[in-house]
Design a protein around this ligand. Structure first.
Ligand code: TTP
Ligand code: MG
Length: 408
């Protein structure tokens, strides 16, 4: 889709209520969830980093660590110069905690957050592990939008234990700027009549779609803020930057008509389910995995997805995420194989106590049956599309199982 362009049939309703959710210093917040002693402390999460080493780069830093000049993408060595490690200097009050990236865990926390978002939004567009847009037009109204947004934040905080910043606006681009405006723990509502005023002072480099190069070019034209951009001559902008110039002009004026659309094809299909506390009853675990395997295989069939990888996830106390997967020689659609492989992979955990289990098929291939489905084979999903804006939303079964797709 061309950003900012009005698509045929796309809703042009300025009263749309769009919410943008972006988790605060997400990886660091996840670390704090399982290690509450880190709350309020400077925390740095490093990729390619091992405890005690000085290699790697900063994935994120808590806001306390940012005050010492630590920022994303910085080399760990440089970060350590600004903020020494508590482990090295236990008595230094200006030292911080360094942790290596544990993506499986963060993905798990991210899925728990998204699960809530799918429940609260009419449509949800996942952008990344810690960020999503929700269209909540039919769930709330402008005069109570702030309360609704607060409810979203509180549910995430209470049920998942990580902080989020939320922006509310009549369009996606403004909602994103709004969520960023008061980070961390931000909540900014920009009502339809206030969009131009809100955008006016924002640095032109922060307008969605403006990279460092374009920002420099715009500044050369004397355009420093979104307000300058909004009052520039649109013809001149088009001449200078092509259609893109026109898009930026529209965005700076809050004229971003992109609907909150779910993303294209999922990368994997998964289902998971938690036990109350943890269970030592492995038979129960086996049964749960069999149920999940059947559900995942069924969804793959309904979505015309062939899979090449079948995997399980087992979470053991306190919150250790184990994933095991088996890759097949070619794409299949074979529920019995999903059952057999998942039970086999599960065997290794027979003596463990288990909090949560999941089943996932990945390496999806939609190509072969896509033609076959032209005859309307997929009636179930067609119905889902009409109701949910083209996407299978998170589904909550009566037994409390929840499933989420992963998107590119
Ligand atoms: P962001 O949302 O950009 O950053 P953040 O959540 O850490 O902080 P903020 O409060 O400003 O939103 O990215 C989400 C996660 O993605 C972040 O926690 C770590 C990861 N990430 C990287 O691994 N490398 C990077 O360069 C960036 C920017 C993020
Ligand atoms: Mg974030």
């Amino acid at each position: 889709m061309v950003d900012g362009e009005r698509l045929p049939g796309a809703p042009d309703r300025p009263e749309r209520i769009v919410l943008h959710v972006d988790m605060d210093c997400f990886y660091a917040s996840c670390e704090r969830r399982r290690e509450p002693e880190l709350r309020g402390e400077p925390v740095v999460v490093g990729m390619g980093y091992e405890p005690g080493e000085t290699v790697g780069a900063v994935a994120t830093a808590s806001y306390e660590a940012r005050e010492y000049g630590v920022e994303s993408a910085q080399a760990i060595g440089a970060a350590l110069e600004n903020l020494p490690r508590k482990a090295d200097e236990p008595d230094n009050p200006d030292a911080g905690f360094y942790r290596p990236v544990d993506l499986d865990f963060y993905q798990d926390v991210g899925s728990d957050v998204k699960e809530i978002l799918y429940e609260l939004g009419d449509t949800v567009r996942e952008v990344s592990i810690d960020e999503a847009y929700l269209d909540v037009t039919d769930r709330t109204a402008w005069d109570v939008a702030e309360g609704f947004a607060r409810h979203v934040k509180q549910r995430i905080a209470r049920e998942v234990g990580v902080p989020a910043s939320v922006g509310v606006a009549p369009d996606m681009s403004t909602a994103k700027l709004a969520s960023d405006h008061d980070k961390p723990d931000g909540l900014v509502v920009v009502e339809p009549g206030e969009v131009r005023e809100f955008l006016a002072p924002i640095d032109v480099a922060d307008v969605h779609g403006v990279g460092p190069v374009r920002a420099r070019e715009l500044r050369e034209l004397g355009i420093e803020t979104a307000g300058d951009l909004a009052s520039a001559d649109p013809y001149e902008l088009t001449e200078e930057f092509g259609e893109r110039g026109r898009d930026l002009y529209r965005r700076a004026r809050g004229e971003d008509n992109r609907p909150v659309e779910p993303r294209g094809k999922p990368k994997s299909l998964s289902r998971e389910s938690a036990f109350d506390g943890a269970t030592d009853d492995f038979e129960r675990v086996r049964e749960q995995v069999a149920t999940l395997a059947a559900a995942v295989a069924d969804r793959a069939t309904r979505k015309d997805a062939f899979y090449r990888t079948i995997g399980v996830k087992v979470v053991t106390p306190p919150y250790d995420v184990h994933t095991r997967a088996e890759s097949l020689p070619g794409p299949v659609d074979d529920p019995e194989l999903v059952d057999a492989v998942t039970q086999d992979l599960l065997g290794e955990f027979a003596d463990e106590s288990v909090r949560k289990v999941g089943v996932r098929v990945s390496n999806l291939d939609f190509s072969e049956r896509e033609q076959a489905s032209l005859d309307g084979f997929e009636s179930d999903d067609a119905a889902a599309s009409t109701t949910h804006g083209g996407r299978d939303r998170s589904e909550r079964d009566p037994d409390g199982q929840v499933s989420l797709d992963e998107f590119d």
